[in-house]
Design a binder for this molecule. Structure first.
Ligand SMILES: Cc1cc2nc3c(=O)[nH]c(=O)nc-3n(C[C@H](O)[C@H](O)[C@H](O)COP(=O)(O)OP(=O)(O)OC[C@H]3O[C@@H](n4cnc5c(N)ncnc54)[C@H](O)[C@@H]3O)c2cc1C
Length: 483
């Protein structure tokens, strides 16, 4: 049994939704046999970041639920429900895992035994959560141990949270997932202890000083941090974890456990068939792999970042996913006009009443600014990373749209910093002024980059966060920022 499509998108996550919309915008409705999406999830593509935010929050009536957060509301764009794909001629093959890929024959074999062939393939398989067992741990199968990668995981987490009112949660890992889940657990009135081996939370991005602010903030909300050690095993009774045992012998009572110990890109289908780099599928500036008929986008793709001198990077962030997905479709449909992607790395998070954004690369020397004390009525602080005398990265907590615009612009331009002390003294004012003056960035073309476009997306993200509660593509009134 088999089917043939001109274009196949493998994976039905964030990238797939944005790629599908881009396809329809550029090409119009797909004709029969032209485009399909194959996904092992049971639902149409959705905005995955919602799972650790609105989905877990009790104060939003019932939490964010589908269909309100299908792609592409996260970019304040159309809400693509299952019927949208049908209306536009795109075949959604849901609940179907691709178990092998043959790049030479241009064919995919599914778990249902079907062979699906393609002329052009877009790999959008994302990443998977790393399991405790991969680090010598145990307990992933226990009823009250939760991971968070997809909506099935999120439903389990909600169920376990609701069954543990006032109980103790052990969060394993101090990265994105651990920190966002910890905040949600607190909102659900669960006592949280976060355990991780590093010196501070979010250690791949935060400086010790930035981390100290967030750790103090979480502590003020009742969260306990245990750093510099790890959970060595979980004690299980009647299918449920009762105690987490730390490497140093401490025993922590547990009503539930949330594991956020990192992710790995889903590349294995293509091992030995496509070139790999830095844990992902290697692509060029058009998101094209070592096989010209195969593109890779989103979390699974390692691509050259112009802004970083062409350095190949793989990001696990939603803005990157949306942009690489759109770019791959543009390139696949019209290779001669797409050009190479020009991406400004952008990450964000929202927890409790806090909200931060980061642009660029955290390379070089960090210069902090603003008031990092918890006593400030609302936190506004950040850091610039200065490399070779220019701003390479910028982090800002609590900024306004204009301030986020300013830091994005400064990074994009690579604003020169002749005096580090002045930057530390002036902080945001320095980049705002440099922006107004036209700055001293390294090259006119950089200056002309769509700074409004960059900012537009950033702003749209927060607007769209609100739109989730409405489930439709129109500017919402203010309810809550939480996706
Ligand atoms: C809980 C959570 C919160 C997040 N919050 C943020 C945030 O606040 N900010 C931010 O910037 N980023 C955030 N991210 C990261 C962001 O969601 C990802 O970068 C984004 O989802 C990547 O999109 P993708 O399409 O590449 O992969 P995914 O969205 O993971 O989609 C991959 C899809 O492929 C399917 N698939 C994989 N293998 C197969 C196969 N063999 N056969 C069929 N289907 C397959 C998967 O089931 C899935 O549907 C978060 C991620 C998670 C998990």
């Amino acid at each position: 049994m088999g089917r043939a499509f001109t274009y196949v998108i493998l994976g039905g996550g964030v990238a797939a939704g944005y790629a599908a919309l881009e396809f329809v915008r550029r090409r119009g409705d797909a004709s029969p046999g032209e485009l399909c999406i194959i996904s092992d999830e049971a639902v149409a593509p959705y905005e995955r970041p919602a799972l650790s935010k609105g989905y877990l929050l009790p104060e939003v009536a019932g939490g964010a639920r589908l269909p309100a957060f299908h792609t592409c509301v996260g970019a304040n764009d159309q809400l693509l429900t299952e019927s949208w794909y049908k209306e536009h001629g795109i075949e959604l093959i849901l609940g179907t895992k691709v178990i092998s890929a043959d790049v030479l024959r241009k064919a995919l074999l599914t778990s249902t035994g079907e062979t699906i062939s393609y002329k052009t393939l877009i790999v959008a398989t994302g990443a998977r959560a790393l399991m405790l067992e991969e680090f010598g741990g145990n307990g992933s199968d226990a009823e009250n141990v939760c991971y968070l990668r997809n909506i099935v995981d999120a439903d389990k987490l909600v169920h376990v949270m609701r069954s543990s009112p006032g109980g103790n949660a052990i969060v394993i890992g101090g990265g994105y997932i651990g920190m966002e889940c910890a905040a949600a657990l607190v909102a659900n009135k669960i006592k949280v202890t976060i355990v991780f081996p590093g010196k501070h939370c979010m250690d791949r991005l935060f400086t010790p000083k930035i981390a100290e602010f967030y750790e103090n903030y979480y502590t003020s909300k009742g969260v306990t941090f245990i750093k510099g050690t790890a959970v060595s095993s979980l004690e299980i009774s009647s299918g449920k974890v009762t105690t987490a045992i730390l490497r140093d012998g401490r025993r922590l009572p547990a009503d539930m456990v949330v594991v956020g110990i990192g992710a790995r890109a889903n590349t294995t289908l293509f091992d030995g068939q496509l070139a790999m780099d830095k844990g992902g599928i290697k692509v060029n500036g058009q998101m094209q792999t070592s096989d010209a008929t195969v593109y890779a986008v989103g979390d699974v793709a390692t691509f050259p970042v112009k802004l970083l001198g062409g350095d190949a990077r793989r990001f696990e962030h939603v803005d990157c996913t949306r942009r690489t997905a759109r770019h791959a479709v543009a390139a696949a449909l019209n290779p001669s006009s797409a050009g190479d992607i020009d991406y400004l790395p952008f990450f964000y998070s929202r927890v409790f009443a806090l909200s931060w954004r980061f642009y660029g690369d955290n390379a070089g020397e960090a210069v902090h600014f603003g008031d990092m004390s918890l006593s400030a009525s609302s936190a506004k602080f950040g850091a610039f990373w200065v490399s070779a005398g220019r701003i390479a990265g910028a982090f800002l907590e609590g900024g306004s749209t204009e301030e986020y615009e300013a830091i994005a612009h400064a990074v994009r331009r690579g604003v020169a910093v002749p005096d580090m002390a002045q930057l530390a003294r002036e902080g945001l004012a320095f980049v705002v002024r440099e922006g107004q003056n036209g700055g001293s960035g390294g090259g006119g073309d950089k200056a002309n980059y769509a700074w409004h476009a960059t900012v537009g997306v950033a702003a749209a993200v927060s607007i769209a966060a609100l739109a989730y509660w409405y489930g439709r593509n129109k500017a919402p009134c203010l309810v809550k920022r939480s996706f």
